[in-house]
Design a protein around this ligand. Structure first.
Ligand SMILES: NC(=O)c1ccc[n+]([C@@H]2O[C@H](COP(=O)([O-])OP(=O)(O)OC[C@H]3O[C@@H](n4cnc5c(N)ncnc54)[C@H](OP(=O)(O)O)[C@@H]3O)[C@@H](O)[C@H]2O)c1
Length: 240
């Protein structure tokens, strides 16, 4: 796909990799809509990015996703690309972590993209050319003990993405996966200490990750593994 005249929804586009995606895709002439939850961040985004659009959604909540769907298809009837980027990564020690939050990553990283895709799919199937891109991670393939539920949720998303691709073969909807390696955006949604613990892992600039995503989608490469992610996938296969 050309990615220069498309109408693109990016979940979790108010910060980090999603924000970089929004800026690079808008610079190519696409119409870009981002989502987030935090109203202050959404307002800041609208102020700092005139010409781009921002909506609130909780991707783990069906009613919230359906409300977003109604707003988006009414405001942007030509929407043809959905990027499931919103994600969460926690540093979890099973012997001390509170049970109440231990499945949060499964909800945000796995159930969320499945829900968003399912709600938007009927609309995407009506477009002459459309795409879903799911953001997984290099550590989907390489179980990372500091983020055990994250790794499991992203491996689940990888598997879901493969089956979605098979089911949609022959339709107008292409299914992509972007598996970023560690980037210059801090990994853990938590304390600075959590991030310091993983400081030795090389970081790929988010600008390059997003450029690789755009290049991969333009060349119709269904699995886009920038930087270290290719190696992590290979090591993960050898370990199994
Ligand atoms: N950072 C890395 O090095 C790295 C490496 C590999 C893969 N990834 C993946 O890349 C994606 C982006 O990561 P990032 O580090 O750039 O993220 P980030 O800066 O932490 O941003 C996360 C975004 O997702 C939104 N979000 C989080 N939970 C949500 C929910 N339940 N419902 C709706 N929106 C929600 C946030 O909105 P609010 O702030 O409003 O909640 C925010 O816009 C994630 O899928 C992550 O797993 C990241």
């Amino acid at each position: 796909m050309d990615l220069s005249n498309d109408v693109i929804l990016i979940t979790g586009g108010t910060s980090g990799i999603g924000l970089e995606m929004a800026e690079q895709l808008a610079a190519r002439g696409n119409t870009v809509i981002v989502t987030g939850r935090d109203e202050d961040r959404l307002s800041q985004f609208r102020e700092s990015h005139p010409g781009l659009f921002a909506y609130a959604v909780e991707v783990t909540d069906l009613a919230s996703v359906e409300t977003l769907y109604r707003q988006i298809v009414s405001d942007f009837p030509n929407l043809n690309v959905v990027i499931n980027n919103a994600g969460l990564m926690q540093n979890i020690e099973f012997q001390s972590f509170a049970p109440a939050r231990v499945t949060d990553e499964v909800a945000v990283n796995l159930a969320g993209p499945i829900l968003v895709t399912q709600v938007f799919l009927p609309h995407l199937l009506k477009q002459s050319e459309a795409a879903v891109l799911n953001v997984t991670s290099g550590i989907a393939y390489f179980a990372f003990d500091k983020a055990p539920v994250y790794s499991a949720s992203k491996l689940g998303l990888h598997s879901y993405t493969q089956t979605l691709r098979k089911q949609l073969a022959g339709t107008s909807v292409k299914v992509f996966e972007l598996a970023p390696p560690r980037t210059t955006k801090p990994m853990f949604n938590g304390s600075d200490e959590d991030n310091r613990e993983v400081d030795r892992i090389p970081k790929m600039p988010i600008e390059r990750v997003v450029a690789a995503m755009i290049g991969g989608m333009k060349r119709n490469r269904c699995e886009i593994l920038p930087g270290m992610s290719k190696l992590l996938r290979l090591i993960g296969k050898i370990r199994l």
